[in-house]
Design a protein around this ligand. Structure first.
Ligand SMILES: [Fe+2]
Length: 195
């Protein structure tokens, strides 16, 4: 656990590969991202060839049948509560969950998570070589590219399959250009602590 530009950040490696690399999950994710309506659906945090289920209630991450993974993520979020929330939480409520797939040439533009939440967790399900990395931006402005900032204001976080990142909702972040011809898939969880 650490602080980047004054904001909380934690990284955890999931030791249970079977939780996120298995045939059922791959199949469900492939079917999800193949849905034609997602091809034209865009949210403001993305640029280029990104497919997201964000804010689409018909795509429920729970339907991916990954309860073991979700339980593991919850435990890690609870471990962060004293630093991220200033208290010992008894439970975690996921207020919004979605899946993102980045394709070659896409990037995520700078944003914070503005909803009424206590933090954000990102689980990297599949990260091929030459994937986009998570980029934190000092005083990053909504909707801008990380390429507009000088190196001193950028903090690149290399990501890999099985990594969980938990961060303060107000830490500005983006995703660097995804250079692989294979997709990069992540699951995003916005959460609130329960006392
Ligand atoms: Fe984000």
């Amino acid at each position: 656990m650490e602080y980047i530009f004054g904001y909380f950040l934690a990284r955890f490696d999931c030791p249970h590969e079977i939780y996120y690399i298995n045939e059922e999950l791959s199949d469900k994710l492939s079917k999800t991202f193949a849905c034609p309506m997602l091809k034209t659906y865009q949210v403001r945090e993305q640029r280029g060839n990104v497919i997201t289920t964000c804010n689409l209630p018909q795509f429920n991450v729970s339907a991916l049948n990954i309860q073991d993974l979700i339980d593991w993520i919850k435990e890690r979020i609870l471990e962060c509560s004293s630093l991220l929330w200033n208290g010992e939480a008894s439970d975690v409520k996921f207020t919004l969950m979605w899946a993102n797939q980045m394709l070659q040439g896409s990037e995520g533009v700078c944003h914070t998570h503005k909803r009424n939440i206590d933090g954000v967790a990102i689980f990297y399900q599949s990260v091929p070589l030459y994937s986009g990395d998570l980029v934190f931006i000092r005083n990053g402005q909504q909707g801008t590219s990380y390429k507009n900032y000088s190196d001193i204001d950028l903090c690149f976080q290399h990501v890999k399959s099985g990594l969980l990142v938990i961060h303060d909702k107000s830490l500005p972040h983006a995703i660097s250009t995804h250079m692989s011809s294979d997709p990069r898939i992540s699951l995003i969880f916005e959460f609130k602590y329960i006392s």
